[in-house]
Structure formats: C-alpha cells, structure tokens
Design a protein around this ligand. Sequence first.
Ligand SMILES: C[S@@+](CC[C@H](N)C(=O)[O-])C[C@H]1O[C@@H](n2cnc3c(N)ncnc32)[C@H](O)[C@@H]1O
Length: 1024
Amino acid sequence: MLTLNIKPGHKSVKAYYEAISSLSELGVSHEGAVSPAFASLLRHCANQFNQTLVEKYPLKTSNHDHILFIDGALVDAFNLPHGFWEAKDTSDNLDKEIKRKFDIGYPKNNILFQAPNRIIIWQDGQEVFDEDISKPELLIEGLKVFFEYEAPAFEQWQKAVEEFKLKVQELATGLLQLIERERKTNSLFIQAFNDLIQLCQETINPNISMQAVEEMLIQHLLTERIFRKVFNNSDFVERNVIAHEIEKVIAALTSQYFSRNDFLKPLDRFYVAIETTAATIDDFSQKQSFLNTVYEKFFQGFSVKIADTHGIVYTPQPIVKFIVKSVEHILQQEFGRSLSDEGVHIIDPFVGTGNFILWIMREIKRSRLPYKYASELHCNEVMLLPYYITSMNIEHEYYEVTGNYQPFEGICLVDTFDLSKVKQLSFFTKENTARVKRQQNTPIFVIVGNPPYNAGQVNENDNNKNRKYEEIDKRVSQTYARGSKATLLRKLNDPYVKAIRWASDRIGDEGIVAFVTNNSYIDGVTFDAMRKCLSQEFSEIHVLDLGGNVRENPKLSGTTHNVFGIQVGVSINFFIKKKKTDKPKQAKIYYSRLDEFWRKEQKYDFLNNKQHMGNIEWETIKADAKYNWLNTGMRTDFESFIPLGTKESKTSKEINVEAIFKLFSLGVATNRDEWVYDFRKDKLEKKIEHLINNYNLEVFRFSSNTEPVTIDDFVNDDPSYIKWTDRLKISLQKRQTITFDSSKIRLSMYRPFCKQVLYFDHLLNQRRYRQPVIFPDTLAEAENHIIIVPSFGSKQVSFFMAQLIPDLNFFAGSTPIQCFPFYTYSKDGNNRQENITDWALAQFQDHYHDNSISKLDIFHYIYAVLYHPQYSEKYAANLKRELPRTPFAPDFWEFAKAGKQLAGLHVNYEGQTEYPLTWLENKDAKVNYRVDRMTLSKDKTQIIYNDFLTLAGIPPEVFEYRLGNRSALDWIIDQYQVSTDKRSGIVKDPNKLDDPQYIIRLIGKVVTVSLETVKIINSFPELQ
Ligand SMILES: C[S@@+](CC[C@H](N)C(=O)[O-])C[C@H]1O[C@@H](n2cnc3c(N)ncnc32)[C@H](O)[C@@H]1O
C-alpha cells in the first residue's frame, strides 16, 4: 500500500497555516478564504498517489435525481474518484453541516470535511477522524487517513488489476504458444487459420502478416474470457457479428480439447485473482477502467509495433469531455442544432475503447438516446481487441441508461482509410459489410476522435511501416502536398494527416471535424500547403495548442507535461464547415495555447474548468502569404533578400535561375550509420563485406524459397545480421546481389570536426540525393566546397563549410541539412560547372557597381553573412521556416574577406595551429592516449581526456562558437568516444592506431578555430 509522505515543514503545510493566520489577522473567515491553500496541499499529496484534484466535482446522487457539486474529488487516471473534499467556514457548525450534506446525498466513503482548524473524515459510512488541526502533526495524520484509504472490495480489485497489468504480456505469449503448437499439429485449425489469413488480406489489409492474424486470435481469446468471466457477459460472442465469425476459427483451434476451458487451462494462474475479485464488485465503471488497461497494456507489452503504427493510446477523459461538449456548443451556436437532434450523424473513425461515443451518449438527451443509438451513432476500429472493448462498453452504457440490452450496430470492424475506396466488395463478414455500406451511405455531420499519429517507422528491421492507401494518399498529395514549398514531405504520410483529409472529405458541404492530434501541422514547414488547403476548405478553425513537444523544448518531460505522456506536441482542433453561401473565402482561424510548462494535470484541470471551447479566449490568427499561421518573430524584409536556392529554381530546366545557387542537396541519408560509417577504413571494409555477404545469403535463401510469404515476414530481421531499408528489401525481391567495391569508400564529413570513412553506395545508403554530382570523386573533394545550412525547422540555426560529402544529420538531432556547392559535376567527375548563377553574379555586380566581384567572392560573402550575429538573431524565425536568403551588406568586400577567412578556418580545421593547452599528467597512471569518453570539468577550463591526461587552460571564449546545440569543443567530446550501437552491437572507436595523439592535437586546433571564429564574428561590420 502506498503511504503518504509529507513533513510538517513542507512548504504546502506552511502555506496553509500562513493562509489561516493572515486571514484571521484581516478578520476574514469565510469558506473561500483558506480553501485555495488547502486545495494546493491536497494537490501536493494527490501527486504522490497519481491522483488529480478536480474542484467542483459533479456527482450524481445515488437515486440519479440530481447532481451535487462537491468542492473537490481526488480522481485517478481513469477519472475514478478515490476521495471527496468539502470545505467549510469556521463559523459553520461543522457537525450540523455534515448531517445536512449527507441528507442531500453526499457520499460517506472517504469524504473529508475541512474547516480552517478542524478536519472530520468519514469512511465506509462511519466517522473515523475528528481532530483540531491547529497543530500540523494532526493535520498530517488526517491527510494520511484520507489518502491512504482504500475501499475494501476496491482495494482487492485494484491489486488484482495491477497484477494483471504486469501479466498481460506473459499471458499473451502463453496464448501464442498454444496457437503455434496447434498450427503445427491440428489440420482442422491449419485450414481455418489459412482461410482467416486470406479473409483478412482481402478485407482488412492486403499486407497483413501471419503474426498479425495470430495476434487477432489472441485478442479474441483474451477479451472473450474477460467478458465471460469478469463481466458475466457470456453471450457477447454470439451476439457480436465479428466475434461470431472468429469463433469458428477458435472452435477449430480448440477442437482437439475436451472444452475451451481445458485448452486455456495452462493460463488459469494468470486469471484467478482478477476473476475472483471481479465477482465481489458490481460497479461497472471500475471494470470498465480495467478494460482500458487491458487495451493499452496488451498492445504496449505484447504488440509494441501495432501500438506504434496504430496509435494505441487511451484518450484522457478531460480531453474527450472537452471535445464532446465543444461539439455540442458549436452545433448550437453555429448550426442551431444539437447532438440529440435527428439528422446529426456522428462518427468516431478511430474508436479505440469507445470513449468519445460514451461521452456523446452521456451528452445526448436520454429520451433521444434510443433513436440516436439505433441510427445515428457510428464508429470504426481496425483492431479486434478495441473493437470488442468498444462494443462491450457502448452496449453496457446503453444498458445503464435505458435498462435494455441492445446490440450496437453502429460499429464496424474496418480500416477507415479503406472507405475512401470507390468500391471494396467485402468487409470481413456479411453483417459487417452491410454495416459498412450503411455507414458509407450516411451523411455524416460530426466527426470526432483521436486518430493515430506516427510519421513512419524509424527502423526497417522493425517491420512496422504505416500501410499505404492508394486513394487517401492520392488525395493528400493532390491537396496537402500540392504547391508546398517544403522539400521533404515525408511527414505528410502521418496517419493523422490522412485522418484530417479523410474527415474533411467525409463531411461534405457542412459539418464539424473535432480531433485531438499531433500539433505539428500548425507551424511545421512541411504543412504549408495543408494549412492553405484547410483554410480554403473550412469556414472556421479553432486550434487549442496543448504543447508538450519534448524534442522542441528539451526542458519538458513527456510523462510530466504532455497530455498523452508522449514526446510530440498535441492540439485539440475544431474544423467547422458551413454551406457555400455562408462560407468566407478563407477560414477564420483562432488559436489558443496552454502554458508550455504546465503539468498534464494542470492541463486536464484547465479543460475540465473551461468545459467547452466557447469559454476559451481565442486569439485571431492572420495567415501570411506563405500560409504561416504562427508568424511571431517573422520579418517581412527577409522576403526582399536573394534566396540561396528555391525548390522551383532547383527543379527548373533553366540554368540561369533567379537564385544564388542552381543546385542544392540534402546530405547523405544512410539509414544504417553504424554499418556504413567508421573511423577506420580497415574496420569499415570488414563491416561492409560482412553486411554484403549476409545480404547475398538472404538473396540466395529468398531465391530458393517456395512458401508464399511477405517480404517482411521472410527477412532475417536480427539487427546484428543486417540493417534493412525498404530499398534493400526491394532489391532482395528483385534477387539482386551486391559486390563489394573498395573505391566506394570515401572520406566524409560526418559531424562538425569529425571526419569518418563512408561506404558511398546507392543501395547501402538509403538516399544520396545529389551528392554524387557534388562530390563524384576524390578530385572534386580537392577543389569543391559546400556551405552547410540546416534545413528549416531547426531550433538553432548554424552554418558550416566543408570539402567532403556531408551526412544528412550533420548537426545531429532530427533536422536534416542542405548544402550549397560551389561546383557541380556529372557523375563521372567530368563537366565541372560553377553552381552560382550568372543571374546572381549580375545582381551583385549591379548592386555594388563592381564588375570585379567573382562567383567565389559571392560564395565567401554569403558565408560571412550567415555567420553575422545580426543576421541569425534577427531572422531566426524566418530561418526556421525557409532556406537562407542574403541581404546586400553596405560593404561587400569586408564580408567577402571575412567569409574567406572563416572558410579557411573551417574547411581546413586540421591544418590550424594548436592552441597551447597545459598537459596535466597523472603520475599514478600509465602513459596512455586512448580515449574512452572525455569529459569537461565543471568550470569548463579543462578536458579530462583519460585517466592519464587532463588538458587545462581552455579559454572561456571558446564556448561562444556554437554549432547546433553544442560548442565546437563539445562536438569533439561528443563524437570522439567509444560507443556501442544497442541494436547491432557494433562498436565505434575513434582512436587512430597509426596516430594515437590525433584527438589531443584536434582539441588544440579546434580551440584555435573557435577563438579565431569568435574574433572574426566580433569584428564584423554592420550588416544593414
Ligand atoms: C488513439 S486511439 C483512440 C483511442 C480512443 N479515443 C480511446 O480513448 O480509447 C486510435 C485507435 O484507432 C484505431 N485505428 C488506427 N488506425 C485505424 C484505421 N485506419 N481505421 C480504423 N481504426 C484505426 C487504433 O487501433 C486505435 O484503437
């Protein structure tokens, strides 16, 4: 049992007594005066129990005839109350007041009545605590009694659920073993199982894997048993149209056993606790929260990949409630209608556990519910387990309200994105197909929900790609991708984007789409055309930004600040579409943002308190010409500068385009850095030969395979054997073998001040972009230069110049880099061309009236401008959204000269003189120059190189030179360390055998580079 841990000296306790004494000094003694201090004390304690204090908590009286608003309730993650708090003022007669409260229906299980100097607690119908709390010790004792309380049946149930949570994964693995055994020996089952796979491929997902179908059976067995035993609902499988079909396969599975229970016997030990305690508890809502636990824990523990691609996460109640109440508000205000009205069809296309539909049912007038339930509530789910859970939840909610059990026919087991297809004849079973058809023919007015979001798998070995959908993908590219200025549109593959597209098309001329989604579309560069399209298609858009993007703001914690406990930012979005006649040309856009640093509980409280979007203070947004909605800090003069490169100029057939550079390119994306990069050439050769050998063996194995199997199911996905990419899988399917070619080993610029050898190959690198025409061979490395800039979207804007092939993530993090080369070539290294356009040269020569300016001078000039602090600070917001543009500085030559100096320092950093650092040698250690992991002393004046050596005397100005989120020196410390890649086990070792002191010298040189760079930056002339 959890115990409360709070000391009398704790600041929240002190604050409470301070509030009492300051108020009595002022002579104030009414109820509202000290309760804020007590509320914050409760909040502090609640935190330890993972509970939230909800103030003005609405509670239905036991005979349901009215609602009480209790001063506060402590609720858990499922919104179940664990205790109640009622604040009273000193002048009240507390005992009399308590009696009055009980008379009107206040609960007697764990309720705390608090007057400034007294606490009375009732538990299980009896008074258990009544003390004067003038002394903090008794206050704390009371709080302990209150917080540590667990209702007897509830306590056991909670324990059983907790235990079950831990066992779900083991349980599912046990079921899988049973199924796999039968698949080898039970011919009846083998046939039924193969038929099921075929059915699923035809009707759910053409690429569905064997594993996914096995998991479906596990989901069925798991829920079926829970429904039967925990919910006493043994008819569920007969009544549910899908369960009925799956049961046929289950019957085959268990055909060689005396009974199903007999088959499941090995799993009994996992279920016993939950089943016996379930018998003692009747409160459905407690059992319901258990179903939600099963939903999340099953997927998170057992089907991690599905949890990821399908966005399996339960939507917190305050979000659901807020969205549902807001939809009702919008319907009334904008359309003069209501959720209860006939003709307002509502769908949750990604229903999960059914949360949104449940809250909608609670919002609908009870008299209207039978009609709405039978005809106008709809939902879809693609996974079997949530499909069952939702059916069960919705049917039970209906039963609770009406006293009738009525199967819910508005639910379909279907992939919502498949509904864009012009025709698909069958959807799993006859009844399900009929339901889908019915839904397709229904005019939908309201779409609500929490679509999955996930931009795509990070690692091909995981075999968990987002599915491709011909129709909806085409719609996204015709609308949200068309006209985008962004060069990388991968993020538009995210299912939440498809969901918004699908919903916008589905509502037709009029209606509301209310989704909680990833918030990246609000200001992401990739989403410019999507924002444009949304503002053209809708009449009004309201975005409530809940923040929580941990990657953008590393001070945030996903678990603490994000409403879903995840890493990506979240927003609640209302898209409102009116009939053409009432629709403005451009949507009115409204935005509101919660404090980034609020904990998630504060965000829930905010939503609970506001109730619906009508109570939010909205800021009107005016999109700029580039469809930026959030344009704080953007400067319009940036537009008048000359672009370094644009998407149009790059793709244009013309050579002499209106940009400084004709061609620019992303760095190399290998998607297998640990395999294709190394500090040492001999080690890289070995790794590549090993990788190629393993791959060729896979080709051989695939050529000899006769079983029908998908490529994902076929490949050996052990990451220490091969690192797959989709391209490599395609070449495997084409049975292409690979031959090692040592001439493909090239020196590359992996990170700032960190060169590594790279196997530069079109198959073993995922994308080389235009690097083969920038650095076709080593001769090009000797003469060509590139300016490296972060592709937009980066927090910190930094630049670098290099003479080698750069890596895509040169500045690390998730922002790719673009590079602008001075020369380009044909792939064979011939046909060298200057990449700065004649147009740009003419612009510069005209502007400065100086025909002596050359293209190389412009190249250096630009590099200096990019390094100018006035430029990177003033235009930071613009640089996050688009590639750099350059202004004309008053003095061209000052900048060209400074740029040339910077270029020399950065490109040739290894050729700089070493800064004289002091060697502090440890007398007790052996002389040793090997680096394992260097560290910086706290005061940043020393680098602890290894046990033997410390380099002292680092001047503080060194740290002023920063690239991305690190100083130049920090890059050295970060990159030159021995590390092991977790998945493949490949070890990276920066130590050079033939030059053991290379890293020591490099440190001295980079100190020089940093100091010189800072000096040049500090003596820059004014930019404008
Ligand atoms: C984020 S969850 C929704 C959670 C739900 N609001 C709740 O509180 O339980 C998304 C759900 O959509 C389902 N899903 C994902 N992609 C789908 C698709 N294309 N069609 C139908 N359902 C889908 C997932 O299986 C998952 O259960």
